[in-house]
Structure formats: structure tokens, C-alpha cells
Ligand binder design. Structure first.
Ligand code: 1BN
Ligand code: ZN
Length: 338
């Protein structure tokens, strides 16, 4: 027997002895369970999202008339939104400025930034634009007249104003910020729903402005959720491709939460590339806050709802059930974040 085989012959009985000794010492001992993860403190229950209230907030915006920057209806609506946010306990920062749109025209800009528990370092950002399209460039008639923007503009704001009503009661987890962006929808008209490279930057001017000049220096959030066109009847939400590029984990979190609430048929686990740009692009690119867009994908158009940028974007398209699936999902995501 050479040296190696001799040593190997010794190893087997040695192993057996160790194993026997171990079992012999613990014949009746119960199996030791793996150490339990420390129990997390229970979270307070998520408040109920009220779709009637969200619907009334959409109606109220439409009642002001088209919210085109520089018009009295836009000012009156923004004043009303600020009053709602303050009544909900927010600290509101109004960011004003001037921006040039694609025609060269200068427009006043007024972003509304509402903050709850502003001293908390960890934050969640929710956003929606509140300005409306000054023209109906996708309509066959009255193309030069502004649209109601019940869905495009109104719906995201309606849902977030309803969520805002609950935020003063949120004493746990990250602080929440709601950004209502201005001058999102004053971009260059295009032939189709896609955009060429030059026209992309003519959209989302309020979000671009906010991202380059955050009113809170060094502003950061754990993640962001943008709502745009979330109110049409039977709206279905696919994973939006730009969101998947910048914030796949946030998409996964939101879609999983929707499914857990029973809204899986409205939040489809499939990615679609159909949004040329939106407010989440500058928030992702410039502020580097992983931010997603919850925005309706409409099967018949292969992009947005048929009322998009037409005079049909009025209260007749708005449906409480759609506001509810989005609002209850986002409120649940916000409430469950530790
Ligand atoms: C979204 C709603 N957008 C405008 N209203 C952004 C956008 C503009 C998306 C052009 C695609 C094309
Ligand atoms: Zn629009």
C-alpha cells in the first residue's frame, strides 16, 4: 500500500466515527430549524382608494377648461390643485420659469411639487402632467382648438390628488413627493405616434426643467411612478419599454402588486414599445431616479387610446374602474414600502 492509499484507507473509518459521534450525542434532539428571519413590524393597513373622489377631481379639472399654459383656466386649475395639496397636509413648492416651445414661442412654466414628511431621507416620487394639448392634431375637425384633456392630463392628476388625501396619515416608511409637471403636452406634432429624434426634446419640458433644476438641491428618490392616460374605460397597462430599460425592478414591483390586488388582467406581463417619450425620460436620464410610466396601451391603435389628442378626450372616456385599478395599485405600492 503506498502512502496515499494508506491515508485514504484511514479517512473512511474516521468519517464514520465523526458521523456516529454526532448522531450518538443527539439521539432525541429535535431537528434544528434554520434561524428565523426577524419578524418585520406589521404595516398599517392601506387606506381605501376612492374612485368617485378621483373621478370628481378629473371632472373639476375639465370644468376649468383646457389647461393650456399661459391661459386663465391653467392658472385657476393650478391654484385649485395647490389648495387641494395643502389641504392634504403637503408642503408645496411652486417652481416657475419660462420655456421655449418648438415654435419658438415662450411659455410660462409652473411645476407643482408637493411633499409629505420632507425630513425623511428615503422618498418615493409620484408624478403626472397637468397641462393639456393646445390643439387637436390627431382629430379630423377643429384641429386648431384645444382639447379637454380628461384622460391626457386629467386622469393622472385625478388619481394622484385622491392618493394625496391619504398621505398625511402615512407615518411609516419613505416620505412621498407628488410632482405635477407643466408643459408636458406642448410638443411638436408628428405624423404618427412615433417621434423623430429632433422632436423628442420638444415634449415634457416641465419634467426636463425640474430634472435640470431640482427645487430641492440634490433631490433623490428611491423610485418614481408616472401616471399618464390612466382613466379610459377598459384601459389595459403593458410593461412600457422605456420603463423596462431604466427601472425594470419598479415595473416588476408595481405589476406584482396589481396582480396581488386582483388587477392582473389590467396589468399585463408583456412589454410594448409604444411611448416615444414622456415625463419619466428626463427623471431617469438626468436625475437618475428609476422611474416608470403607467400609461394605457390600446390594442386597436397599437399605441394610445383612439381619443389621444382629439376632441374625444373628454369626460365620456373616463371610467371609475380604470381610475380605481391604477389608484389602488399605486397606493398599495406606496403603503407597503418600508
Ligand atoms: C404623452 C401624452 N405624450 C403626450 N401626451 C408624450 C408623447 C408625445 C408620446 C408624442 C408619444 C409621442
Ligand atoms: Zn398628450
Amino acid at each position: 500500500m503506498n502512502r496515499t492509499s494508506f491515508l485514504r484507507s484511514l479517512q473512511w473509518p474516521a468519517c464514520l466515527l465523526v458521523a456516529l459521534a454526532f448522531t450518538a450525542c443527539t439521539p432525541d434532539a429535535p431537528e434544528t430549524p434554520p434561524p428565523a428571519a426577524p419578524a418585520l413590524p406589521e404595516l398599517p393597513p392601506t387606506p381605501a382608494f376612492n374612485a368617485d373622489s378621483a373621478y370628481a377631481f378629473v371632472q373639476r379639472q375639465v370644468d376649468f377648461g383646457p389647461r393650456v399654459p399661459g391661459t386663465p383656466a391653467h392658472t385657476a386649475c393650478a391654484d385649485w390643485m395647490v389648495a387641494r395639496l395643502k389641504a392634504a397636509g403637503a408642503e408645496v413648492i411652486e417652481q416657475t420659469g419660462t420655456v421655449s416651445v418648438y415654435t419658438g414661442q415662450k411659455l410660462p412654466l409652473r411645476n407643482l411639487f408637493a411633499r409629505w414628511a420632507p425630513d425623511r431621507k428615503e422618498r418615493i416620487l409620484l408624478l403626472a402632467h397637468y397641462d393639456t394639448r393646445p390643439m387637436a392634431d390627431k382629430d379630423d375637425e377643429r384641429k386648431n382648438q384645444p382639447i379637454d384633456g380628461a384622460n391626457d392630463g386629467g386622469s393622472g392628476v385625478g388619481v394622484l390628488l385622491e392618493i394625496a388625501r391619504h398621505l398625511a396619515a402615512k407615518e411609516h416608511g419613505p416620505g412621498v413627493d407628488i410632482l405635477f409637471t407643466d408643459v408636458e403636452d406642448q410638443g411638436q406634432p408628428s405624423g404618427a405616434m412615433t417621434l423623430d429624434d429632433n422632436s423628442i426634446d420638444t415634449w415634457a419640458l416641465g419634467a426636463q426643467y425640474f430634472s435640470k433644476n431640482p427645487p430641492v438641491p440634490g433631490y433623490q428618490a428611491r423610485f418614481g411612478i408616472l401616471l399618464d392616460m390612466v382613466g379610459a374605460k377598459d384601459a389595459v397597462f403593458y410593461r412600457e419599454a422605456i420603463s423596462m430599460q431604466f427601472a425594470p425592478a419598479v415595473v416588476a414591483k408595481v405589476w406584482k402588486t396589481a396582480a396581488a390586488l386582483g388587477h392582473g388582467e389590467r396589468f399585463v406581463q408583456e412589454t410594448k414599445y409604444f411611448v416615444g417619450t414622456d415625463d419619466h425620460v428626463p427623471i431617469n436620464r438626468t436625475l437618475r431616479i428609476p422611474t416608470i410610466d403607467i400609461i394605457e396601451y390600446h390594442e386597436a391603435t397599437g399605441a394610445f387610446h383612439p381619443s389621444w389628442h382629439t376632441h374625444d378626450d373628454n369626460m365620456a372616456v373616463i371610467d371609475r374602474a380604470s381610475l380605481n385599478v391604477v389608484g389602488s395599485t399605486v397606493l398599495e405600492v406606496v403603503w407597503k414600502e418600508r
